[in-house]
Each structure stands twice: as structure tokens, then as C-alpha cells.
Design a protein. Structure first.
Length: 418
């Protein structure tokens, strides 16, 4: 499974830095049209996770994940035939449907084959594997860009399409450990399933909002840091890239130990601690203009270390909590809703940063600090409203048979075992 995810990430890392260059240099399309087409595809596919989550509950997440890989592979093959904006929009829509379906269901797939703290471990492994794949793909993309060869651009697109095909085959070969939610269809027919149940689960929705808050920190840094370092702090042009390399390297080396070190603690409190670290990091970034030029690089490296530790604490823990807090028969739908925290943050972050930065260079960081700070008490208050087995692993519960969907309200009221 990890091999399939690694190959998928390698292809994505290879494509992402090349996307605009491929369509403008090789396909010969205008930059403005390319940007509009890709943005439109992103917007039009926003509802896809809702359908993907429902399909995962009915047919099993493994099948839907494999389908998403096939869709993306076919879409990337179509990129080789793009010759105008409409054809780009159509193929980008196909790729977008596949991508959103993948991210809406991959964590459900993992949850169908893992329980308890295995969830945290598996999600941590995914984070490491994805970092290695994306990093390696980005290095290969640099070689393609440096060559200037149109043929290499096309080979890169073919390689990415092939990576999705190989990943789909490998996932298809994985044993049928993925358990279909056999009672999902029955729940739908009796009116006790569907997204209505998820929407009524207020603690889970509040938790999803906190995920949006943290996702805003994760997304904004990739957009804001290069601009802030170069324009406001007068740092060298290579510094932002080096900071992101520190982030990637630390995740690869330390994600597993960090996940293991927080395993004994309540997930909500691990997430609250991550929020506190992000708040400190954002406030430090706001103080950046007061740092001397000689101390700038150590200051920013230290800040990135704090940011990355928070990321390593939050990413697998948050996803594991979401999966564990879900009703088994409706987990696909729950995880689809949860993923919207990330998706909406990706949409909001660019506009939020640019508007705040236009008012004042330090304002975006102060707002991020406030957002992270607000999530902390919300998470702590949720401890007694989320299922106890989601907040803190209880061995007896881990071995017990999953409760039916109708018992969710009762389990939520039990609170957290002290």
C-alpha cells in the first residue's frame, strides 16, 4: 500500500512544478487562459468529495480509491492531446474529479483496515511517504525545467500518468482487507444514514472547523513565506526553498518518532498543543522585521522547526481522530466532510493572505496566530462531546465490536475516560 502511495506522490511531485510551463511552452496556450481553466476545474469539482464519500460507504473505499487513480491516469494521458482551452478544461476536470475522489476516500481506506493507534501510525507513514515522493518528484521536475526539452516535458506527463496506473494496480493487488460497510445500504433505506446524520453530528462539525483553522496555517505558509522572506525581510531568494527543504527533511526523519511520542496522550490535547506551537510560530513570524539581518537565517530556520513539529503532531492525529469519531457505516461520508477543511483552506488562503498583506506585511501572521489560538479551547471543550475511543484509545473499546449507527448519541455522552 505504501509503495502505491509513494509512486503516486512521486508522479504528483513531478507534475506540479511543470503544470503551467507544460501548457504554455509545449501546448502553446496563453497563460491567462491556462490559469482560468485550471481554476475553473478546481471550482467545478468541489462537490465531488460528497459523492465519493457516499460511494465509499456503499461499495468500499478501496474500489473508489482505485477508480480515482484510473481517472487521474486517463486525464494525464489526455493532457498530451490538449491543443486549446476547452480541451484543457475537459481533461483538467477529469483529473480534478480523480484527485478529489482520491483525497476524499484514501483515509477511509486506511481506516477500514486499521484500528486504534494503528490509525495514527498509518497516517504518519502516509505523511512520510508522501513527503519522500513529492520531494523526489520535485527534484526530477527541476531537471526537466533546466533541460528546456519539450520531449522531456511530455515524458514527465506520461510518467505521471503511468504512476497512477501502477498505483492502481498495486492497490488492486492488496488483499481484500478493506471491509465494505455492509450495513450502509440498509441504513440509507431506513433513513438513518446519509449526510443528514453527519450534519447533525455537531461535535464532529466543530472538529472539522478546527481542522480548517489548522489547514489555513499549513496552506498559507506555502504561499506567504516566499513573498514575506524576499520582500519584507530582504532575505536571499534561495532561503524560502531551503526552509521548505528543512520542513520536508524533518518530516521524513522525525514523523514516526513524534507520532509515537504523543501516542499515550489524548488526541484533542495533542492537537491543542500543535495549535499552541503554530500560534507561537505565527507571532514570531510577525516579529520578523525586527530581527537583524545577521540573525535572520537562524531565526527563520528555528521558526520552521517549530512549524514542522506542530505539523507532525497535527496531521496524523487529526485524521485519526476524524476516522475514529466516525460512525463505521458512514465513515466515507464523515471523512469526505472532514476533508473539506483542507479544501476550503486551499481556496481561502491565497485571497486572505494577499488582502491582509496589502494592509500590512505582519497582519497575515497575526491573523493566523488568532485563528490557531481560537482552535485550542474549541478542541479542549470537544473532549467530552466526541466519542471516548476517538479522543483516547481505550483497549477494551478497541477490541469491542463497533457500535451500530443508532448508538452514536449514547457513546458521545459518555465522555472521555479519565
Amino acid at each position: 500500500m505504501l509503495t502505491a502511495l509513494g509512486i503516486d506522490s512521486l508522479g504528483s511531485g513531478l507534475y506540479l512544478p511543470l503544470s503551467l510551463l507544460y501548457f504554455t511552452l509545449v501546448a502553446g496556450l496563453p497563460l491567462r487562459g491556462v490559469g482560468l481553466a485550471l481554476s475553473a476545474a478546481t471550482l467545478f469539482t468541489l462537490p465531488v468529495p460528497l459523492l465519493a464519500g457516499a460511494c465509499a460507504d456503499r461499495f468500499g473505499a478501496r474500489r473508489i480509491v482505485i477508480t480515482s487513480q484510473v481517472l487521474q491516469g486517463v486525464g494525464f494521458c489526455g493532457y498530451l492531446l490538449v491543443h486549446n482551452i476547452p480541451s484543457l478544461l475537459l481533461t483538467a476536470l477529469l483529473v480534478g474529479v480523480g484527485e478529489r475522489t482520491y483525497w476524499a476516500t484514501i483515509f477511509t481506506f486506511i481506516a477500514e483496515t486499521s484500528t486504534g493507534r494503528q490509525l495514527d501510525t498509518w497516517y504518519a507513514r502516509i505523511s512520510v511517504t508522501r513527503s519522500i515522493g513529492l520531494g523526489s518528484g520535485t527534484l526530477l521536475a527541476g531537471i526537466v525545467v533546466g533541460s528546456g526539452s519539450h520531449l522531456l516535458y511530455q515524458i514527465a506527463i506520461v510518467a505521471n500518468a503511468a504512476s497512477f496506473g501502477v498505483a492502481a494496480v498495486l492497490l488492486a493487488l492488496v488483499g481484500a482487507g478493506s471491509r465494505r460497510a455492509a450495513r450502509a445500504g440498509k441504513a440509507e433505506k431506513t433513513g438513518k444514514g446519509g449526510y443528514g446524520t453527519v450534519v447533525k453530528d455537531r461535535p464532529f462539525l466543530v472538529f472539522t472547523v478546527t481542522n480548517f483553522a489548522y489547514s489555513l496555517c499549513l496552506t498559507t505558509v506555502t504561499i506567504a513565506l516566499p513573498v514575506y522572506v524576499v520582500k519584507e525581510l530582504a532575505g536571499p531568494g534561495w532561503l524560502a526553498g531551503a526552509l521548505f527543504a528543512v520542513n520536508t527533511g524533518l518530516i521524513i526523519l522525525a514523523q514516526a518518532p513524534v507520532t509515537k511520542s504523543v501516542a499515550a496522550h489524548r488526541r484533542t490535547r495533542v492537537l491543542a498543543a500543535a495549535g499552541a506551537l503554530w500560534m507561537v510560530w505565527a507571532l514570531a513570524m510577525a516579529a520578523g522585521p525586527r530581527v537583524s539581518h545577521a540573525a535572520l537565517i537562524p531565526f527563520l530556520v528555528g521558526g520552521m522547526l517549530v512549524f514542522t513539529v506542530a505539523e507532525m503532531m497535527q496531521s496524523p492525529t487529526s485524521t485519526a481522530l476524524a476516522a475514529a469519531a466516525s460512525i463505521n457505516e458512514l465513515r466515507g461520508r464523515y471523512m469526505a466532510i472532514y476533508q473539506y477543511g483542507y479544501q476550503i483552506a486551499k481556496i481561502v488562503a491565497p485571497a486572505l493572505f494577499t488582502q491582509l498583506y496589502a494592509v500590512g506585511a505582519t497582519l497575515p501572521w497575526l491573523v493566523l496566530a488568532l485563528v490557531a489560538a481560537c482552535a485550542i479551547p474549541a478542541l479542549l471543550l470537544l473532549e467530552r462531546n466526541l466519542p471516548a475511543k476517538a479522543v483516547r484509545l481505550v483497549e477494551a473499546e478497541a477490541e469491542a465490536e463497533p457500535a451500530p449507527a443508532t448508538s452514536r448519541a449514547d457513546t458521545s455522552k459518555k465522555g472521555v475516560a479519565e
